[in-house]
Design a protein around this ligand. Structure first.
Ligand SMILES: O=C(O)[C@H](O)C(=O)CO
Ligand SMILES: [Mg+2]
Length: 256
């Protein structure tokens, strides 16, 4: 059975953080992910996970000031990047989270970026954490270092550490004309996390290709999590019908 994780930065986002965890558990999720948990103490997040019986599948490392246009710290000041990795490790340890997405920044990843990411991956490895690389589509995120999965995979290979994995976000791929099924077929062995949203408006999954992706991934025996990283068109709970066939059913939770 495929494991769907509620992205608590986008789902139930109208609720206070404590209520988001409760709502996810009540809706039938056994796992959650968070883009940036750093506004709350790590021990608070850990307590909310434990109280609601939830696994934290993925967090992002601090990526700078999104409102100002930052999209990662790898290409910037070295100390700021190191501090972001320190903070990500502290949160991952406190919450037993095994995947950390490191956003790179705007501009092509150079040799310095490869070295910094290699060091970060080695540090993550000591804590049982995988370093995730995700492509962000150039329509929404012009200038981002990894505009497609091929660029993310080239960077993965250049870094050359076994715990560097790809984060296949079907929304970003589809939005820029990519084919997530072909990508999973080609690179599935290196994919450590998947995310979905409808390519039309980043809302609830409705395009048939997304269900083809989920069914293909489930049939393949791939054992990661699929993050529901979308912006609900209405109340989150009312839009979760799509997830029932993947085991997200109120009152019928399976282990995450
Ligand atoms: O935007 C996305 O798809 C990423 O998954 C993310 O977390 C960047 O904030
Ligand atoms: Mg994503």
């Amino acid at each position: 059975m495929i494991r769907i994780a509620a992205n608590l930065s986008t789902l139930f986002a109208d609720l206070p953080i404590e209520a988001r965890f409760e709502a996810a558990a009540r809706a039938g999720f056994a796992a959650v992910e968070m883009q940036f948990p750093y506004a709350w103490p790590a021990r608070h997040i850990a307590a909310l996970l434990a109280a609601n019986g939830l696994t934290l599948a993925l967090i992002n490392a601090p990526a700078g000031d999104f409102a100002r246009g930052d999209r990662g710290l790898v290409l910037g000041d070295e100390d700021a990047f190191r501090r972001s990795i320190d903070q990500a490790i502290a949160y991952a340890q406190a919450t037993d989270c095994r995947r950390v997405h490191v956003l790179i920044g705007n501009g092509p990843p150079d040799a310095v970026a490869v070295r910094r990411l290699r060091e970060a991956a080695r540090r993550f490895s000591g804590h049982g954490v995988a370093l995730m690389l995700e492509a962000l589509n150039p329509l929404d995120q012009p200038g981002y270092a990894l505009p497609d999965l091929a660029a993310a995979d080239a960077l993965r290979i250049a870094i050359g550490e076994a715990n560097v994995r790809l984060q296949l976000d079907a929304y970003h791929l589809l939005r820029s004309g990519g084919d997530p099924l072909a990508a999973f077929d080609r690179l599935g062995g290196h994919v450590g996390h998947i995310q979905i949203a409808d390519p039309s408006d980043r809302g609830e999954p409705s395009e048939p290709v997304l269900f083809d992706v989920l069914d293909t991934v489930a049939a393949s025996g791939w054992d990661g999590f699929v993050g529901a990283e979308y912006n609900p068109r209405g109340k989150t709970a009312a839009g979760l019908g799509w997830a029932r066939r993947y085991g997200v059913v109120p009152g019928e939770r399976t282990d995450g």
